[in-house]
Design a binder for this molecule. Sequence first.
Ligand SMILES: [Zn+2]
Length: 221
Amino acid sequence: MLVWASAAAAAGGTPDRLRQQEIAQCLPQEIATWRDGADRPAMAPQLRWVYRHDGAPAWFDAATVLAAISRAAEAWSACGTTGQVALAMPGTVLADDVVLVQWSDADSRGNFGLASLGARKLSLGSAAFALLNSRNPGYPAGDTLQMVLSHEMGHFLGLMAHSRRCVDVMSYYVNGQGEHCFTRDGRMPGGSTDYRALLPTACDIERCRALNRPALVSRQP
Ligand SMILES: [Zn+2]
């Protein structure tokens, strides 16, 4: 789940170069979670993503959202567990390895996005995007969309706990006790854009590989 109260947080600013390094490289001691969920292998070895555009905010066309889904799936494919992306056809019955990506304020429950693993639905919240747009029309909504899709896909790939490393797409910044995520220089995320990556980072991918490695090995002849 991603709520993103801090999506358009103001002030500060950590050097972008350090952020890029954190995205590209994962140091062994940097894999740390908030311990708020039990990680497990992906629900299927090669998940497919089918997108339904109805209910989308007017400023996202179907091609834009499909492209963002494809970018997230492509980035996660470094973990070896994600597959094709397609547009939903009316009346299509979805197979067991298919996750429906849809717009639903009911299913996303006020969040930008919510992964319902049992129902195999990745729900995007048009109301949350509308609120972001009305509060800050200049904010790049496409970046938020990309981040939400990457994050929720990560849950389907088995990363149930959220990362404590700020830059990871699976992170959140502050918990209920006021504890913070970490960065290499100790600064907290600030600035007019989000510190969190738009696509899975090296640590997100490494966590995903570790979770899915036993399944991948056992399928080999
Ligand atoms: Zn989440």
